[in-house]
Every structure is written in C-alpha cells, then in structure tokens.
Design a protein around this ligand. Sequence first.
Ligand SMILES: [Zn+2]
Length: 139
Amino acid sequence: MKQQPLFKDKIYNLKCPKCGSKMVLKNSKTGTFYGCSKFPKCKGSRGADRYGRLYDKPANKLTKAWRMLAHDKFDMWWRYKGLSRNVAYQRLQSFMNMPPDKAHIGNFDIAKCKKVIEYCSMREVIELCLIDPSGINIF
Ligand SMILES: [Zn+2]
C-alpha cells in the first residue's frame, strides 16, 4: 500500500543537508525518506515517516556533524561489505535495539551517532583480525 505524503509543501522547501539542493520524497524497502535530487552524485538524505513528515528533530551544528560522520561511516561499511541497504539497516536496528522506524541516523543524538561509528569500526577490526589472525598489523 502506497500512501501519499500529507505534507507536500515541506518537500518544496526542504534542502539537502549536504549540498543544499532540493530533496525528493522517495520510497524504499526500508521506508520513506527524503533523498537529494542530485543523487547519486550526492547521497544526502533525511528521514521521514510514511506520510512524508520529517523524523529528524532540529539539531545543532555539532549534532549534524556527528550524524554526517556516522552516516558516512555506516554507508562506507555496508557498501564495502556488499550488503544491501536493507540488511545493513536491519543490523543497525538490532545493534541499537531500536524499532525500524526509529533507527534512522538522521534522528540520532550524538551518543547514538558515536555508537554507530563504534559499531562500524568494531566490525572492521573483527574482519581485519579474521584476515590477519596475528593481529599485529592492525593498528
Ligand atoms: Zn545533496
């Protein structure tokens, strides 16, 4: 069942947090979100519920910077691993112990962003250990 967004006027005014371009409301398997109209050149996105209402609470500059960092780290991790976006978010949800509609980095506070970065780094270290069991060359 596809729902029409209720707040169309917000789409028009919405700017990409990364590059300032217009954003487009999109539906994916993981849910509804606003994606940058410059995609795939720009991967800026903002979380929305299925009616197109924005998830993310207004954030200060520091929180936004942490979200961006966490998002980059997370995207890099699952793309490198060859996971689908779907699977990656499922793992994030179970790690963060959050329901799917809440596990959106665009909605996270700094502490949660740090947890995402920690999770991705942890996975990388574990995988490096598997490649190099001596663990000597990791750090
Ligand atoms: Zn953008």
